[in-house]
Design a protein around this ligand. Sequence first.
Ligand code: SAM
Length: 279
Amino acid sequence: MTVPVYIGYYFTIQPLQPATEILIAELGYAGFESFVETENGVEAFIQKPEWNEHILDNIHILNSDEFEITYTTKEIEQVNWNKEWEKNFNPIVVDDICGVRAPFHEKSDVIYDIVIEPKMSFGTGHHETTHMMIQHLLKADLENQKVLDMGCGTGVLAILAEMRGAQPIDAIDIDNWCYLNTVENVERNHCRHITAYEGDVSLLDDKRYDVVIANINRNILLKDISSYAKTLKSKGQLFLSGFYSEDLELITKECNANNLEFVNSLDRNNWIAACYKLK
Ligand SMILES: C[S@@+](CC[C@H](N)C(=O)[O-])C[C@H]1O[C@@H](n2cnc3c(N)ncnc32)[C@H](O)[C@@H]1O
């Protein structure tokens, strides 16, 4: 496998919080893949083919009067991702019963103990959207349900779905690193019912699922909701995240146009995770 070239952005932020957290979330949705929090700010990395000179145009926090944010950039050949995320990845626990930790962390006292080595993929449970999708899955009845995890990242949601009794599960990601990372994490968690694929909705053909999970972003969801609806069985459930509160109405409108009715939604720091049901 060829090692991708990255562009590194080295941000200095004053004061650090909550600006750092907001900046990481905004950069993540602009395509940045990995973040290292430092004493003075954050380092953020994006693959060179994903980069363009307008990449920071929609990063609103940079225009805030409340924080002073400056940065330098550098092209880098190789990053020791493992070393960097090991320094920064603390275990998390969602609703007291689901933990997400790295292989070197001690096992915590939870019912669902998920072990993730994210490398360059999204999905350690730290982001609001993953956290809320975990909360939805902890409440959903998944026993023997056929599940699709679209935009699987590290595979964290597919792994939890299997732990909650779902089977079989398809986990799809458009990114080769995420696909490979899901395969590794599936094995690491001894899951036997998850099949990972590299691709997007074009892989779905005539497959049918009881539950579809998609934590991606507003624009991809708007484009793909009709495909999710087609792939769902009657009364099937759709869990969507990766968008802000102000986009819930638009997402719900698109769902309604595809025969999906709104069930409920969770809200965390202005991010949404919503549940819909096929009529
Ligand atoms: C926000 S991450 C979610 C990861 C994980 N499911 C979670 O909840 O933490 C979104 C993932 O969707 C993938 N992705 C982006 N566009 C996609 C598309 N059109 N189809 C499938 N996956 C896509 C990205 O590569 C990324 O891994």
